[in-house]
Design a protein around this ligand. Structure first.
Ligand SMILES: N[C@@H](CCC(=O)N[C@@H](CS)C(=O)NCC(=O)O)C(=O)O
Length: 235
């Protein structure tokens, strides 16, 4: 049995989709990031970056944080969505790292400035909107001559999909990207993806972020980390 520490955001959904795709037995442990669950001492033991998702695998006693690492762990456990042959495997991993280091953080910053910043910051919005647009084009070009990012459906696609999902909210339009649109529709129509995306979809009925949640999520600095870790700075 796998415990999935989860909240219904793009980063959380990478893992709910993967678990549904693999058919592994799991239970969901909600981590309400607006209420501060990510700072609970028990959670920090498995996720020292105070971010979800994270997993604990009861079969092995292993816990993993960071979406990309969790996807690799689950792929190796299930022997699915990460090919054994070296060329496809490294192709998959390079697109997974591309997502973790590029698409995810850039779309995340864009989402922050579009959805959550109290006052508009046009420079930041434009900067991240352009970068998101550029990254979508990188995927589109990559998908010109293959069905999925690494040829066959893999953890690279599972990682990228939830960050393409909010394209409208992020001010983009997939009709400008034929290959990406085809890829997006193919993944969206997979029953396991639909089940994964739906997990916790009713937990965030209130689209507005409360002031308390805003302070919890957007006011973090080194003090926050030291306080959560027991109150003492090292210096
Ligand atoms: N690189 C991490 C990012 C995880 C992440 O940023 N999670 C966010 C939600 S999408 C979170 O837990 N935020 C809590 C907070 O901001 O305090 C991954 O892919 O797992």
């Amino acid at each position: 049995m796998i415990d999935l520490y989860y909240w219904p955001t793009p980063n959380g959904r990478k893992i709910s989709i993967m678990l549904e795709e693999c058919g592994l037995e799991y239970r969901v442990v909600p981590v309400d990031i607006g209420a501060g669950d990510q700072f609970h001492p028990e959670f920090l033991k498995i996720s020292p970056n105070n971010r979800m998702p994270a997993i604990i695998d009861d079969d092995t006693g292993i816990s993993v944080f960071e979406g990309g690492a969790i996807l690799v762990y689950l792929a190796e456990k299930s022997d699915l969505f990460l090919a054994q042959d070296p060329a496809t495997r490294i192709d998959t991993l390079q697109w997974l790292f591309w997502q973790a280091g590029g698409l995810g953080p850039m779309a995340g910053q864009l989402s922050h400035f579009v959805n959550y910043a109290r006052d508009p910051v046009p420079y930041a919005e434009e900067r991240y909107a352009k970068e998101y647009d550029r990254l979508l084009a990188v995927m589109d070009v990559r998908l010109r001559d293959r069905e999925f990012l690494a040829g066959e459906y893999s953890i690279a696609d599972i990682a990228a999909f939830p960050w393409v999902m909010p394209y409208r909210q992020l001010g983009n339009d997939l009709d400008r990207f034929d290959n990406l649109r085809r890829w997006f529709d193919a993944i969206k129509n997979r029953p396991a993806v639909q089940r994964g995306v739906d997990i916790g979809k009713d937990w965030r009925r209130d689209a507005k972020v409360s002031d308390a949640a805003r302070a919890m999520m957007f006011g973090q600095d080194s003090e926050t980390v030291f306080k959560a870790a027991g109150g003492k700075r090292s210096k």
